[in-house]
Design a protein around this ligand. Structure first.
Ligand SMILES: [Zn+2]
Ligand SMILES: [Zn+2]
Length: 350
């Protein structure tokens, strides 16, 4: 079979790899129908993730059809259309039972990476087919009324955006600031609206992305043109925002989030930030702020978000800007990395 294979930063090749096959009785093999390029794949592309090997298939956002199922698999079977969680858990350990599958000691045993597409131990979904471990926990059947593209982002970024709104305890009537209008920021904005926010203020220096945020009902702030703090204070009668969601992962935005929140405000950090961060903890102290962060566990969110999609309250396909063949993935990475041609989300079809 063919896959998009990591050979080093900015060197991803569409080439032949060993066929995906069952290894354990709880595995399935999924024939991929749609896959997408994520911001965390871009970290690999830019060389921002320490990788000790090469030759593995990348990608962790994919949907498809179960082609083969191990003898122990109960919840899906051959021929089912499924979406697959980007983080894999065993489903039975204590963290998995708490909904923290990403911290599963079984799938991370020996320091293994339990997100698809970052090592040869768990090859990724930018491929014609993928082995999925613990299928009963990590695969979800897609209802007939939901097509593959509408289900695709349930694998990672839609639950990630929703997690941001949940961690920031966004509720009815809130004024919410979302720092970042990339794919995750867009879904944090949508999730805030779903949870009843009165106003969502979207911040991003990319004017194309701001225009898309405005189209989804957000008030937009361009930090290259506007004083962000002044705009947030003006929008809140001088109080500050009830909730701030950092959806980029830039160190300086954490400190900004502390400044934008009102006394008693809640801050969620869902952007991936590996760099050291300078913040003034006294702001947390003096303003009685709550600061939370977390890696997504889509397993916890898929049922309710799938229901919202089925009911027509959410259309995740709104963020798709480019559809390419899997063979043209490298071009997709370039488009996404440079925000070229308005690229916000690139979907690939094998
Ligand atoms: Zn992702
Ligand atoms: Zn587990």
């Amino acid at each position: 079979m063919k896959a998009v294979v990591y050979h080093g930063p900015a060197d991803f090749r569409f080439e032949s790899v060993a066929d995906a096959a069952l290894r354990d009785p709880s595995d399935v093999v999924v024939r991929v129908s749609r896959t997408a390029i994520c911001g965390s794949d871009l970290h690999l592309w830019h060389g921002g993730v320490p990788v000790l090997e090469q030759g593995f298939a990348v990608g962790h956002e994919f949907v498809g059809v179960v082609e083969d199922a191990g003898a122990a698999v109960r919840t899906v079977r051959r021929g089912d259309r499924v979406l697959v969680s980007c983080t894999t858990g065993c489903g039975t350990c204590a963290p998995c039972r708490d909904g923290l599958h990403s911290a599963c000691p079984v799938t991370t045993a020996g320091g293994a990476q339990n997100v698809f597409g970052f090592s040869s131990a768990l090859p990724g979904g930018q491929a014609e087919a993928v082995r999925v471990p613990f299928a009963d926990t990590n695969c979800f059947r897609i209802p007939a009324s939901v097509d593959d593209e509408h289900a695709l982002f349930l694998t990672d970024i839609l639950p990630t955006g929703y997690l941001g709104a949940e961690l920031a305890e966004v509720g009815a009537g809130d004024v919410v600031v979302v720092l970042g209008c990339g794919p995750v920021g867009a879904f944090a904005q949508r999730a805030s609206q779903l949870r009843g926010a009165a106003r969502v203020l979207a911040v991003d220096p990319d004017t194309g992305r701001l225009a898309r945020a405005a189209a989804r009902g957000c008030e937009t702030i361009d930090p290259a043109q506007d004083d962000v703090a002044a705009r947030v204070l003006a929008a809140t009668g001088g109080r500050g925002a009830d909730a701030v969601i950092e959806a980029v992962g830039r160190p300086e935005l954490l400190q900004q989030a502390l400044l934008l929140a009102r006394a008693g405000g809640r801050i969620a950090v869902i952007g991936l930030c590996a760099a050291p961060v300078e913040i003034q903890p006294i702001l947390l102290f003096l303003k009685n702020l709550t600061l939370r962060s977390g890696l997504v566990n889509p397993q916890r969110f898929v049922p309710r978000l799938l229901a919202a999609i089925e009911a027509g309250r959410l259309d995740p396909t709104e963020i798709i800007t480019h559809r390419l063949a899997l063979a043209d993935a490298a071009r997709g990475y370039e488009l996404f990395a440079r925000h070229e041609d308005g690229a916000l989300k690139v979907v690939l079809a094998p």
